[in-house]
Ligand binder design. Structure first.
Ligand code: NDP
Length: 329
């Protein structure tokens, strides 16, 4: 089987496409023939050796994969069943989806493919769509419904941002997208009513103005850093900010005043360890929303050889929408 293999020498990580045998795969309950895998920011970090995501080398990255069951030792799936696997440290602690085959430690990490959904569509969605769905669910849990006002999505042209806009707009929310690039047509095509510049939030919060004029009923923030402090200061009373990412930085500086004087909530989202029993209904919902036309608008397909270059691009915010990987290419 072909696989993208990461090796580490003197703490320098290199990536190359190699021929492996399925006997190279670690033990596990589920052997899958991969039909497609998805490409995420975390994969870019793993390929470039950033963030200490990978425990041991050599390593095959790829946190999202979809394919056909070849063998399932506990009988929870039959040969030929089609499944999706995202998260659970696949592609980080365990070998992942940038290969023709994968062995998954536990069969309970897999979700049956929704009826009529393709592996490519599932991977165009992947962790990004799951994360967006979870962030929306978290906002709704604290009362950020569509009647409450505008929702801001930061990092809008990225994978999670694109899905957040699409799903919010289809649920009738009034969505504002914040983007660093010239992405207005793309973001309006996804359903954003307005597109504003990332630069509006890039200056750190002014300590003399810990609360700014309120603008947002809710925020889905995939960038962290200074913009996260700014949007917290702009969220209206009883509003909420779902924090999902860190492309602008990991720090969170600011004051507690939005929480104390406006009752604002900050909501964390960790899609990797999201409980398996809650995933199937979300996948069914994603499959009912995501159409072939959406795939055409959002997805671009690549082979294993292109992954090192995709990694360079995603880390500098140069990938729009979703890269789908065909391991046979
Ligand atoms: P993408 O790279 O696809 O999107 C990130 C977007 O952030 C870019 O497209 C760009 O959008 C914006 N951006 C990039 N660099 C900067 C910067 N320096 N300052 C401000 N904005 C920037 O990544 P994903 O959508 O896949 O993931 C987004 C984040 O969410 C990542 O940090 C990822 O690790 C995290 N994540 C977290 C998950 C969780 O469970 N919590 C699950 C999945 C992802 P634009 O040009 O439009 O501004």
């Amino acid at each position: 089987m072909r696989a993208l293999v990461l090796s580490s020498e003197d703490k320098r990580v290199s990536a190359s496409v190699e021929e492996l045998s399925d006997s190279d795969l670690a033990e596990g309950e589920l052997l899958l023939e991969i039909e497609a895998s998805g490409f995420n920011y975390k994969d870019g970090m793993a390929i470039k050796g950033l963030g200490a995501l990978v425990r041991e080398y050599p390593h095959v990255p790829g946190i999202d994969l979809a394919g056909k069951v070849v063998e399932c030792v506990d009988g929870s799936f039959s040969a030929g069943d089609r499944v999706i696997v995202t998260g659970f440290r696949i592609g980080e602690w365990h070998w992942g989806g940038f290969a023709e085959y994968a062995r998954i430690p536990k069969s309970s990490y897999a979700v049956g493919m929704p009826e009529g959904f393709s592996a490519r569509s599932a991977m165009a969605c992947g962790t990004a769509a799951m994360t967006a769905m979870q962030a929306i669910a978290r906002l709704q849990e604290v009362g950020v419904t569509r009647d409450k006002g505008q929702i801001l999505v930061t990092g809008a042209s990225g994978g999670v941002g694109s899905f957040a806009i699409m799903f919010l707009a289809r649920e009738g929310y009034d969505v504002v997208a914040s983007s660093g690039g010239d992405n207005t047509d793309y973001l309006k095509g996804l359903g954003a009513r307005e597109v504003i510049s990332r630069a509006e939030f890039s200056e750190p919060l002014d300590p003399r103005k810990p609360l700014e004029k309120t603008r947002w009923a809710g925020v889905i923030d995939s960038v962290g850093g200074a913009p996260l402090a700014r949007v917290l200061a702009q969220t209206q009373a009883q509003g909420a900010v779902a924090s999902i990412g860190l492309t602008a930085g990991v720090e969170l500086s600011g004051t507690v005043l939005p929480f104390l004087l406006r009752g604002v909530s900050i909501l964390g989202v960790d899609s990797a360890m999201y409980p398996i029993e809650k995933r199937k209904p979300l996948w069914d919902k994603i499959a009912s929303i995501f159409t072939d036309a959406d795939y055409a608008a959002i997805a671009h397909e690549h082979g294993l050889d292109e992954l090192p270059s995709l990694a360079e691009q995603i880390l500098v915010g140069k990938i729009r929408g979703r890269a789908v990987i065909d391991p046979k290419k």
